[in-house]
Design a protein around this ligand. Structure first.
Ligand code: BGC
Length: 749
C-alpha cells in the first residue's frame, strides 16, 4: 500500500469518511481505491468477536476464544516473559478470526479499590503497569496484530465516566496516570491508543489538544492512530481539530459537519491528511502482517492461560502450613464458585471461553471430595446447613467466595470492599464445625477480609483467573505448583484509609484527584499506616534469602545506568519463584515525594538450596520527578537509597547512591515570593543584600520586632510598603528592577 499515493488520490469526502468506523467493529473501506476495512475488537483478556445479529446480543454471542486471566492477575505474576507469551497467543487467535486490532490492554490506574474496572487494569503502581503492559503489547504485535492501549487518560472510575472531569495536577498526571502509556509507547510502540470518555481538567479527552496533540503526538512522538472509546467523540469537529484520528464505533453520521468545517477552514488539509495517514498506516500494518492461521491450538493456549493463572495466585495466609494439602485427603469443597466458576469480569471484556476448567472437578483429581453450593443469590439456610454437615469431620474445607458481577463490573463502581453476606456467613458457620478452613477468593480487586481472616487457616487470592483457573487453583492447593504471585495493589485495613476515600468518585461534573501522587503504597508507606497486606506481598511454600547487594556505582550523573545486583537463595524445601523488587527512596527532597517508589523487578526460579544473582538496571528516570515549571522529568541532586525486597514492607537490603544532576530544578523566584524565600534561595544574594541594606537604613532590621513579618512578605508588598512610607521612588524602582532582572534571568535558565 503506497500511503502517500493513496492520500493524493482521495477526495476530501473519502478522507473524512475514513475518520469514523463503518460499523461497531470495523473501519471504513474505500472500494474505489482498494482500501479494505479491518476489524477491531475487545480485549483485553482474549478475543471477543461478536457473532450477534442483534445489538442486544453483542456481548453474549461471541466466537469461542481463550479467556486468559484478567489483567489484575496478569500483573500479579510479575512475569514479563510470561505475559509476552500470552500476548503472542492472543495474536494467534486474532489472526485466526481475521481481527486486526485487539482493544487493550487497559492501562489506567487504581486510585481507589472501588474502581469497577480495576480488574481490567494492572496495578496501583504505574511502573509495574507500564512494564507488564509493554510485555503484553510486544507479544501481541510480534504476532502481527495491533493493540489499542486504553483508556487515555485519567479514567479511574466508572461513575459518570462519560461526563466527569478528572481534575488532576500535571505532576500527578505525568508520574502516575500518563507514565504507563508513555512507557508502553517507548518500549513497545503500540499501533493504536484509545482515548477515554472523561474530561481531564475540563476538556474531553477525545478533543483534548493538550494531551492528544501536545503530549502524545508531539512530546512523545506517537506515530500510531488515536481512536475514541466507543461513543467518546462528543464533539466530532473538535475531535478532528484536536488530535483524534478515528471515531468509534461507526457508521459516522457527522461526516457532513466535518466537510463543512473543512470548507470553512476550521480544519486544515494537513490536519486531515495526518489523520488519514495514521489510519492508512494501521490498515497497512494489519494487511502486511496478516498470516494464515488455519486453526487455534486450543490446548496449548489453555496451558498458557493456566500458567498465567498459577503464577498470578497470591497466597495471603497459610497458618500452620495447612497448604499444600496432602493428596488423597478427605476434603469438603464448598461455594457455588467451585462448580460455576467466576473466572472473568463483566462488560466489554466478557468473552466466550474456548474451554473451561471446573475447580471442583480439578480438586477431585487430587482428593476425595464432597461438595455443597453453600450459598446462592441470597442467604439460603438449607444450603448453609448442608455445607456445615458436609464440612464436619473432613481433613480440610475449601470454600470458594468472592465478588459477583453485580458487585464489580465495567459500568459501575463498587460501594464497599465486601463480598456477599451469603459468602461470609458460610465462612463463619463452617469455621465453627471445622478448624481447617481454606478460602479461595475470586475477585478482580481488593476485598476486605478482616472480619473473617482469623477464622480461616489459609487465604488463596485467585482473582478472576480465566478459563484454566480451576486447574490452576487445584495445582496450587495440592502443591503441584508453588505459589509465586504477589499483590500489585495494597489491601488496606479499612476502605476509609484509602487516600481517595473522601474524593472518590466526586460528583457528576468533576472528581478531584486530591491525593495527588500518594496512591496505594505510595500513600500507606509514606503515612506509615498499617495495612492488611502490603503491595508486593505474597507467600510461597518455600523461603528466600536475600544477600550481597552490589551497586555498579555509588555516584551517578545524568545518562548513567545503575546496575543493582543481589543474590537470592531458596532456603526451603521445594522449588519456587520469587519476584524481587527494587524501590528507590529520595533521602531528602525539596518537593514532596513518596517514601519509596518501585523502579525495577525480576522474577527468578530457584530449586532448593540454589542461589542466583539477580540484576536489575535503572536509569536516571528512576530518580527523577516531574518538574512542572520545567515541563519535564528531572533529578534533584542528592542522596538516594536503593531498597531491595520481597514487598514494599519487607525490604531486605539497602544501598545508597549520590546523584549529581547537571540541571537546576529550583523554581524561578518572582516578586510574589517572600524576602525569606529569596534569602534562602541564595542564587541572587546581591539583589537581596541590596534590599536588606535599604531596609536597614529605615531601621527595619533584626532588632526590629516587625522584622519577621517583613521577611514573610512578598517583594511586591515590601515595595508598595516602602512607597507608602514615603521612601524615595528612585530606590523603590531600583529594588524593583533588580528583582525583576533576577526573575527574568532564572526563567531563561
Ligand atoms: C469500553 C472499552 C471497549 C469499548 C468497545 C467501551 O465501553 O470502555 O474498553 O473497548 O467499549 O467494546
Amino acid at each position: 500500500m503506497n500511503i502517500e499515493e493513496l492520500i493524493g488520490k482521495m477526495t476530501v469526502e473519502e478522507k473524512i469518511s475514513l475518520l469514523a468506523g463503518a460499523s461497531s467493529w470495523r473501519t471504513q473501506a474505500i472500494e474505489r481505491l482498494n482500501i479494505p476495512s479491518i476489524i477491531l475488537t475487545d480485549g483485553p483478556h482474549g478475543v471477543r468477536l461478536t457473532t450477534a445479529s442483534e445489538p442486544g446480543e453483542m456481548l453474549s454471542k461471541t466466537q469461542p476464544a481463550t479467556a486468559f486471566p484478567i489483567e489484575a492477575a496478569m500483573a500479579a505474576t510479575w512475569n514479563e516473559p510470561l505475559i509476552h507469551e500470552l500476548g503472542v497467543a492472543i495474536a494467534e487467535e486474532c489472526q485466526y478470526y481475521d481481527v486486526g486490532i485487539i482493544l487493550g490492554p487497559g492501562m489506567n490506574g487504581k486510585r481507589s479499590p472501588l474502581g469497577g474496572r480495576n480488574f481490567e487494569y494492572f496495578s496501583e503502581d504505574p511502573f509495574l503497569t507500564g512494564k507488564i503492559g509493554a510485555s503484553f503489547v510486544k507479544g501481541v504485535q510480534e504476532g502481527g496484530i495491533g493493540t489499542s492501549i486504553k483508556h487515555f487518560a485519567a479514567n479511574e472510575q466508572e461513575t459518570n465516566r462519560m461526563v466527569v472531569s478528572s481534575e488532576v495536577d500535571e505532576r500527578t498526571l505525568r508520574e502516575l496516570y500518563m507514565l504507563p502509556f508513555e512507557m508502553v509507547i517507548n518500549e513497545a510502540n503500540p499501533w493504536t491508543i484509545m482515548c477515554s470518555y472523561n474530561k481531564v481538567n475540563g476538556i474531553h479527552m477525545a478533543n483534548n489538544d493538550k494531551y492528544l496533540n501536545g503530549l502524545l503526538k508531539q512530546e512523545w512522538g506517537f506515530e500510531g492512530l488515536v481512536m475514541s472509546d466507543w461513543g467518546a467523540a462528543v464533539d466530532k469537529v473538535a475531535s478532528v481539530q484536536y488530535g483524534l484520528d478515528l471515531e468509534m464505533p461507526g457508521p459516522g453520521h457527522r461526516n457532513a459537519e466535518v466537510v463543512e468545517a473543512y470548507r470553512n477552514k476550521q480544519i486544515t488539509a494537513e490536519q486531515l491528511d495526518d489523520h488519514v495517514r495514521r489510519i492508512l498506516k494501521v490498515i497497512h500494518l494489519v494487511l502486511a502482517h496478516k498470516r494464515e492461521v488455519p486453526s487455534i491450538d486450543v490446548d496449548h493456549h489453555h496451558a498458557i492461560a493456566r500458567r498465567v493463572a498459577e503464577e498470578a495466585i497470591v497466597l495471603l495466609k497459610n497458618e500452620d502450613y495447612i497448604l499444600p494439602l496432602v493428596k488423597q485427603a478427605e476434603v469438603a469443597v464448598l461455594g457455588k464458585f467451585a462448580e460455576v466458576p467466576r473466572f472473568q469480569g463483566g462488560g466489554s471484556s466478557h468473552m466466550n471461553p474456548a474451554l473451561l476448567d471446573i475447580p471442583l472437578d480439578e480438586i477431585s483429581k487430587f482428593a476425595h471430595t464432597v461438595y455443597g453450593a453453600g450459598y446462592d443469590e441470597t442467604d439460603n439456610d438449607e444450603l448453609l446447613t448442608e455445607a456445615c454437615e458436609l464440612a464436619a469431620g473432613q481433613d480440610a474445607v475449601i470454600i470458594f467466595v468472592g465478588t459477583t458481577v453485580k458487585i464489580e463490573s465495567e459500568g459501575y463502581d463498587r460501594e464497599d470492599l465486601n463480598i456477599p453476606h451469603s459468602h461470609t456467613r458460610l465462612i463463619d458457620a463452617v469455621s465453627k464445625v471445622n478448624p481447617n478452613v481454606i478460602i479461595v477468593v475470586n475477585s478482580g480487586s481488593v476485598i476486605d477480609i478482616s472480619a473473617y481472616e482469623s477464622q480461616v487457616k489459609a487465604i488463596v487470592q485467585a482473582w478472576l483467573p480465566g478459563q484454566a483457573g480451576g486447574s490452576a487453583i487445584a495445582n496450587i492447593l495440592f502443591g503441584e505448583v508453588n505459589p509465586s504471585g504477589k499483590l500489585t495493589e495494597t489491601f488496606p485495613l479499612a476502605l476509609e484509609h484509602n487516600p481517595s476515600y473522601l474524593s472518590f468518585p466526586g460528583n457528576i461534573n468533576q472528581v478531584k484527584y486530591s491525593e495527588g501522587i500518594f496512591v496505594g503504597y505510595r500513600y500507606y508507606d509514606t503515612k506509615k499506616l498499617d495495612v492488611k497486606y502490603p503491595f508486593g506481598f505474597g507467600l510461597s511454600y518455600t523461603e528466600f534469602e536475600y544477600s550481597n547487594l552490589r551497586l555498579s556505582s555509588s555516584s551517578l550523573k545524568d545518562g548513567d545506568v545503575l546496575k543493582i545486583t543481589v543474590d537470592v537463595k531458596n532456603v526451603g524445601e521445594c522449588t519456587g519463584k520469587e519476584a524481587v523488587q527494587v524501590y528507590v527512596r529520595d533521602v531528602k527532597s525539596t518537593v514532596l515525594k513518596a517514601d519509596k517508589e518501585l523502579k525495577g523487578f525480576a522474577k527468578v526460579e530457584l530449586i532448593p538450596g540454589e542461589t542466583k544473582s539477580v540484576q536489575i538496571e535503572v536509569n536516571e528516570r528512576a530518580f527523577s520527578h516531574y518538574v512542572e515549571h520545567l515541563g519535564k522529568f528531572a533529578v534533584e541532586s542528592g542522596e538516594f537509597q536503593i531498597l531491595v525486597g520481597a514487598s514494599s514492607r519487607d525490604i531486605r537490603l539497602f544501598g545508597t547512591v549520590v546523584f549529581t544532576s547537571s540541571g537546576d530544578l529550583r523554581e524561578p523566584l518572582t516578586l510574589l515570593h517572600s524576602l525569606q524565600e529569596w534569602l534562602k534561595d541564595g542564587r541572587y544574594a546581591d539583589k537581596v543584600q541590596f534590599v536588606i541594606s535599604q531596609m536597614s537604613q529605615m531601621k527595619i532590621n533584626e532588632d526590629n520586632p516587625l522584622y519577621p513579618v517583613v521577611l514573610g512578605m512578598p517583594i511586591r508588598t515590601i515595595l508598595s510598603s516602602l512607597q507608602s512610607f514615603g521612601y524615595p521612588q528612585e530606590v523603590v524602582d531600583q529594588i524593583h528592577s533588580r528583582f525583576s532582572e533576577a526573575s527574568a534571568a532564572q526563567e531563561n535558565v
